[in-house]
Design a protein around this ligand. Structure first.
Ligand SMILES: Nc1ncnc2c1ncn2[C@@H]1O[C@H](COP(=O)(O)OP(=O)(O)OP(=O)(O)O)[C@@H](O)[C@H]1O
Length: 621
């Protein structure tokens, strides 16, 4: 593993400072879209909580000076009336109490709105992230950098945008307070204001720098964090725990998990210690300036230049001013981190999506079927440029009513061919035509509706049995009649009706009363899911019966042939018993078609197919 990026690459604190506001506008926009009323409420509470502390300090001065002059008047009076002397001061105390109550109200209002917004905004950002995920192509998903961005974005989706908004408002509130304190302080001396600001500046510079370092660290080590998340999943999920236990992998994986943590923690500790020590040293400067100003105010009061009330007010203003300033600086450095998070989020959200140009819902030559014309393909990314293409110069034609079987060793490219045919990837060379028109020109919707595919690694949804079928056709997701019809075709109805809740039985172990199915039963579910596509005329089964018993397999194919009589059927199988009846068999070897023909013709040729067939047949004898 390479070391973390050197600190020399960090941006200057000044550009960091201006960069701090880069995403504030977008974060505010997000809040505005989420709830206008709450945003206005936040602004109002911020204003109130910002202005009133200075007003309270000013009223405080009036009270102290009022008390002093009331005391003098009371002593000098020949006929002292206590009520008359204290009435004006008591009125001021009452006003001060109301102001403090208003500040408390504004702060409660802020925290109530913030906590409601946190939930709403978290949900909104998560939905945005997931919607975007739905638009990405398969190859984008397989790009590890994009996947990192997605993981990082999801990890802090519910907190960061609101944190940025809160800090922006907090900053605004403190800026208003500081401004109003400034108005009071300037009357004492403009230098006092300057001292206050200068004392706090070094802390800000160091905070801006360290937050930048923290984020770069966070970004740099995202692959390790992902490995940790992955190990957590493997060690704590029911679908992997069986193998982990039997192979005794707990110790091995836990060690790896701990090692990653130890390494990451060492970096964290280093950064935290540096950040806090610098923070303390530079913070001392702030304290020093505060006490210097304190001394100054005291001297001026003793010298008679300030009244007691003014002294109290200035000390309060100094104290609160400094608190507001350091809160602003912490907010700014926090905003810097939030900004870096948001930059990652928007980088992800703004990933270009492959334009969907196709609009065709009908081909140029309806009924022509599928054609591959000199198709070659390499997987994007990685070292694939240096690698041989996964498919070379593939040409084939399949008419409606015909069946095609693909045979070949593991990794020869059979599934890849299906991925191209379903437009999950685009050919690197050549083209694929459906009814005489390039697949690229077809509308995605029309294409998906015409194809029913079951991949080897079909998804086992932790939903009800019926819904596991319903996902095959979103228009009929809840349609129980259609579930039953599809299940009968896929031979799943028999075991489904025997289950406790029939089609409403929950599958998987994630939820209460969830039932687990056998491998073959899951395959029957997947197969039935493909049959949900009533209008599909291209049916593709990639190893659909590998986990089924021989009787079920034979029955499945009899039904499949009946169902696909006038359709295009494509079958991938390592079992020759299922392959032999196909109208056309292609033998693929390292991405090349090396033989093609019917079962009988291929046996006659006595090539690779004949050899493999005889090998398998011998195994059964
Ligand atoms: N997403 C991917 N990215 C990069 N390479 C891939 C990807 N998927 C498959 N490959 C590579 O492409 C080649 C063909 O894989 P493919 O899955 O098409 O084989 P297959 O013939 O279906 O194999 P099997 O019989 O084992 O299912 C393999 O060498 C594999 O390593």
């Amino acid at each position: 593993m390479s070391p973390p990026p050197s600190e020399s690459t960090s941006s200057s604190p000044l550009s960091g400072f201006f960069g701090v506001f880069r995403y504030s506008r977008r974060a505010l926009g997000l809040v505005w879209e989420t709830s206008r009323w709450m945003m206005l409420g936040l602004a109002l509470c911020t204003l109130v909580a910002g202005v009133l502390p200075a007003v309270a300090a000013w009223v405080g001065q009036l009270i102290v000076d009022g008390v002093v002059s009331a005391m003098d008047a009371h002593q000098a009076a020949t006929d002292p009336n206590l009520l008359v002397s204290i009435a004006p001061v008591l009125k001021l105390v009452g006003i001060e109490a109301v102001i403090i109550a208003l500040i408390a109200l504004a702060q409660r209002g802020l925290s109530a709105q913030q906590s409601l917004l946190r939930a709403l905004l978290g949900q909104k950002v998560n939905v945005m992230i997931l919607e975007k995920a739905g638009q990405l192509s398969l190859s984008q998903f397989e790009d590890s950098e994009l996947y990192d961005q997605l993981t990082r974005a999801r990890r802090e989706a519910s907190t960061r945008p609101l944190a940025l908004v809160n800090k922006t408002f907090g900053l605004l509130q403190n800026a208003i307070s500081l401004g109003s304190f400034g108005v009071l302080l300037v009357q004492f001396s403009p230098w006092a204001l300057l001292i206050l600001v200068a004392g706090a500046l070094p802390v800000f510079v160091s905070e801006a720098k360290f937050s930048g370092d923290a984020f770069r660290l966070f970004r740099w080590r995202s692959p390790q964090t992902r490995m940790q998340i992955y190990l957590e999943t493997v060690l704590a999920r029911e679908d992997s725990i069986k193998e982990v236990k039997l192979f005794g992998l707990e110790g091995l994986f836990l060690k790896r998990y701990r090692d990653i943590f130890t390494q990451l923690f060492a970096e964290d500790r280093r950064l935290t210690l540096r950040r806090e020590s610098w923070g303390f040293l530079l913070g001392l400067l702030g304290t020093l300036t505060f006490y210097a100003a304190y001394g100054w105010v005291v001297i001026e009061t003793i010298a008679g230049a300030l009244t007691l009330g003014q002294m109290t007010m200035y000390l309060m203003v100094f104290k609160q001013g400094q608190a507001a300033l350091s809160a602003s600086l912490t907010a700014i450095s926090g905003m810097y981190e939030d900004n870096l998070y948001l930059s990652n989020l928007y980088e992800y959200l703004e990933q270009p999506v492959e334009a969907e140009n196709g609009t065709l819902t009908q081909g140029a030559r309806p009924g022509d079927g599928l054609r591959f014309e000199n198709v070659s393909f390499s997987y994007p990314g990685g070292d694939s440029v240096l690698q041989d293409p996964v498919l070379h110069d593939i040409s084939l034609h399949l008419s409606p009513g015909q069946s095609l079987a693909l045979v070949g060793e593991n990794g020869s490219g059979k599934t890849t061919l299906i991925k191209l045919l379903t437009r999950l990837y685009q050919p690197t060379q050549g083209r694929i035509l459906l009814d005489g028109s390039d697949l690229r020109d077809w509308s995605a919707q029309a294409l998906y509706e015409r194809t029913g595919v079951i991949f080897q690694d079909f998804v086992r949804y932790q939903l009800q049995v019926g819904e596991n079928l319903g996902v095959g056709d979103t228009h009929a997701f809840d349609n129980e009649q259609r579930w039953q019809q599809a299940a009968r075709h896929g031979m799943a109805d028999e075991f489904i009706t025997r289950m406790g809740n029939g089609y409403k039985t929950q599958l998987g172990r994630w939820f209460k009363n969830g039932q687990e199915l056998s491998g073959g039963q899951w395959q029957k579910i997947a197969l039935s899911r493909a049959y949900m596509r009533e209008n599909a005329d291209i049916l593709v089964l990639d190893e659909p019966t590998a986990a089924m018993d021989a009787a079920a397999e034979a029955e499945i194919f009899t039904r499949f042939r009946e169902h696909s009589r006038d359709k295009m059927a494509i079958l991938i199988s390592h079992r020759f018993s299922t392959v032999r009846s196909a109208d056309l068999i292609l033998v693929i070897d390292q991405g090349h078609i090396i033989e093609r023909g019917t079962h009988e013709a291929l046996l006659e040729t006595d090539g690779r197919y004949a050899k493999l067939f005889k090998l398998q047949a011998a195994g059964y004898r």
